[in-house]
Design a protein around this ligand. Sequence first.
Ligand code: GLA
Length: 408
Amino acid sequence: MPDPDRSVELLIREASRRFLVSANRVRVVRAPYRICPLGAHIDHQGGTVTAMAIDRGVLLAYLPTASRQVAISSLDFPGQVHFHLDEVPDKRNGEWGNYARGAARALQQRYSLSRGLQGLTSGRLDGGGLSSSAAVGVAYLMALEDANGLAVSPRENIALHSSIENGYLGLKIGILDQAAILLSAANHLTRIDCATVQHQLFAYPTESPSFKIMLAFSGLKKALVGTDYNRRVAECRQAAGLLLAGAGRADRPHLLGNVRPAEYDAYRGQLEPVAARRAAHFFSELERVERGVAAWQRGDLTTFGRLMTESGASSITNYQCGCPPLVALYELLVSSPGVHGARFSGAGFRGCCVAFVEPDRADTLAHSVLSVYRKMHPELADNARVILCNSADCAEIVSRGTHSIPPT
Ligand code: GLA
């Protein structure tokens, strides 16, 4: 497990060398990755989800500049991202700089920025499924805000990140990722109502939670074909439209979260098979979230884990996301002794599965899952891996240097 303080220290040292300034001028923001044990693919429909931040994530070291230039390099990706705040370029497919450009665009729709920044990022877990992209987006937002002396609430940052994803990048994702990254707390389960953006933190009832979070990476980093994420969102909306029309409320926004459970029961028979499956996932997942929160509060990991596994099954059969390597990993995890429960982490088209496992068996389990999976998918064996981690706090500026920012 990397020592977080040591990672910050090393990054500051490297940034000070590259920026040609003393280390005490370098600032650092840490943005964690997230998991979503229950509540998959319902955020974009205004559903309620559960989430946690984990003790892995990205670090962004930065130095505010008066020039309004933004120049960012990464310890993990080649090249440099460079632009002026007056001329933020449009998105460029497949480039890691999109999130920095998107953050600058989003912020400038609401604020006038007088400073840019020089930045250096680090964070390697780019295998997919942990929302490293939202972590990066949140980190750029927070660094630009700090550089410009702006006090922006987590709630507003959630909206700003949505405008990077939905506006600048054109992905119809919900708020799960950035809300988890901005609102979570260590040893707590975060319950987020994605319609109202209200959240609650539920502490685990014992001081040290009796589980480890296992992340099993399939090795499939890029979806082989463009993912069906946006199409699934459209199918959910179509189902919502039909159900709302049945209830005589077709004027409401076509989101499954706007359909009352009684209306779903009354009109579900009118749905054609695809819409019926998407709606079945939504309404069953909503129930699992509530039962899961109750189980968590009792410290009942058996029930919590079983609900995660059921959620995973519903993602496969009703929501129809996933891909063969991830389904294989899921099946392997849920049939392994010592696993409370497992499901795809994130959208499920690539990346990893998340499991809650018994701490005493975690190391052995990690080895056996990895070796069995590698035999099942030798073509992905080199990139497959399994790591164990814990919950963590939300994104924060972990170092402000000791120098105040000079006026522009
Ligand atoms: C991705 C999206 C999220 C959410 C999950 C599935 O991570 O970015 O908004 O929809 O998939 O729960």
